[in-house]
Design a protein around this ligand. Structure first.
Ligand code: PHE
Length: 433
């Protein structure tokens, strides 16, 4: 009973049964647009980040369709043909060449080609098959940003000088930032020496880093004042950040920015100097610049102290009403006040892996989600072993069922879990133990 087409945001796409793996709950999520919903924490966080990159230098894109080609999502960015991200176990495909974007970078090439402004910001929903827990959901939100300079439009073609002038205009913050020098590494994180001068990379890298530091200072200052409002004993410590080397197929050199928050180093964003091939392929070879990408959901959780990513998808007024009016006055934020949780129902499932096909944990997670929906709070591996004689492999997981609005009776939880087991047998060929 394979459906021949799927409609997403009003457009119909032909599906291919060999590739199609989009569950209906995920397809339905494409219509939610949480990043545009007034007074939704995802939208508020988007708005706050945007305010660090003002128009007209930056142009905002917020309604790009989540359906893109494999070319846009991977090839245009230089991902190798055998990159793991392309696997059906990691990505939602509509057909062989059409998928739900896994990151906002899928729009980089097209946005550079459109060449409408010096900079741009893209806010959008992105889709990845993944584990189930408090910080992972198959749909989340990203913000992509880029800024470019035009060699033909800067005085004497001296891009470095023009960029340093811009760097001087950026706010100077009294914060602790670790930024080990030199900023690149010839082997692991090289300059694109066919295209760029050292002076240009230094200038663009500094502009990138100072711009993103300013954004993070703004965001965490708001998070801290919300924390202080909720708890007058909150100890305000100096904000610490550090730049670490990173790798992305479409930037070089590349970095990640980490922030020290509540006792942990937290990875906030990835970024780098845009690979010149992107500008060349986009028909703007005389441009050069930087790009970054970050996850909005995790920052929104931190900003408002929201304990579980599933809450963003809740229509419960006890959640949504707490943010009423914030879009219009985002200068003073309040933390989320958790409403009482209902008790969880814990069930185990243990099974032998099939011998005749591969087992992908993400497929397993998805079967559980397809039945339990947002009532599945977490799925956790607790045992894994190989039989010494037969070589057969066994796995055992805890499944935590918990609803936000009621207690599951023992019978309901049993019934749900029975359905899960039956579907695992039917869909994945698992043998229950
Ligand atoms: N798209 C990358 C990710 O999802 C982030 C990124 C964007 C890195 C732009 C560099 C430049 O991890």
């Amino acid at each position: 009973d394979h459906k021949k087409s799927i409609t997403i945001q009003g457009a119909a796409y032909e599906t291919d049964p060999q590739w199609f793996n989009v569950p209906s709950a995920v397809a339905d999520a494409t219509s939610r647009q949480l990043h545009l919903q007034k007074d939704h924490p995802i939208s508020i966080t988007r708005q706050i980040i945007e305010s660090s990159f003002p128009i007209p230098t930056f142009k905002y894109h917020r309604t790009l369709s989540p359906v893109v080609s494999t070319y846009q999502n991977f090839d245009s960015l230089g991902f190798p043909k055998d990159h793991v991200g392309r696997a059906k176990s990691d990505t939602y495909y509509i057909n062989e060449t059409t998928l739900l974007r896994t990151h906002t970078s899928a729009h980089q090439a097209d946005t550079f080609r459109a060449d409408e402004s010096d900079g741009y910001l893209i806010a959008a929903d992105v889709y990845r098959r993944d584990a189930i827990d408090a910080s992972h959901y198959p749909v989340f939100h990203q913000m992509e940003g880029a800024m470019s300079w035009d060699r033909t439009k800067v005085p004497d073609g001296d891009v470095a000088k023009a960029v340093w002038k811009d760097v001087e205009k950026l706010p100077k913050h009294n914060i602790k930032v670790e930024d080990p020098q030199p900023a690149w590494n010839d082997k692991t994180n090289p300059i694109q020496d066919k295209h760029h001068l050292v002076a240009e990379v230094e200038a663009i890298g500094s502009h990138l880093k100072r711009s993103l530091e300013a954004m993070v200072v703004d965001l965490f200052t708001r998070a801290k004042s919300a924390a202080l409002k909720a708890n007058p004993d909150f100890v305000d410590e100096p904000l610490q950040m550090r730049w670490v080397e990173a790798y992305f197929p479409f930037t070089s050199p590349s970095w990640e920015l980490e922030v020290y928050y509540a006792g942990d180093w937290l990875e906030v964003l990835g970024c780098g100097v845009v690979k010149q091939e992107l500008y060349i392929n986009a028909g703007v070879p005389h441009k050069l610049g930087w790009a970054f990408g970050l996850g909005i959901d995790r920052l929104a959780m931190l900003l408002f102290k929201i304990p579980d990513i599933r809450l963003f998808w809740s229509q419960d007024p006890r959640f949504l009403s707490q943010f009423t009016g914030v879009s219009d006055s985002p200068s003073s934020l309040s933390r989320f006040v958790p409403f009482s949780k209902y008790p969880p129902a814990l069930r185990d499932v243990s099974f032998w892996l099939p011998k005749d096909r591969d087992f992908h944990e993400n497929d397993f997670m998805e079967v559980i989600r397809s039945i339990g929906g947002d009532a599945v709070e977490e799925v956790k591996l607790f045992d894994s072993f190989t039989h010494p004689k037969t070589g057969e492999q066994s796995r055992a997981y805890n499944v935590v069922y918990r609803s936000w609005d009621r207690t599951f009776t023992k019978e309901e939880a049993n019934e749900l879990h029975e359905q899960v087991r039956a579907q695992l047998i039917e869909k994945l060929g698992l043998r229950m133990r």
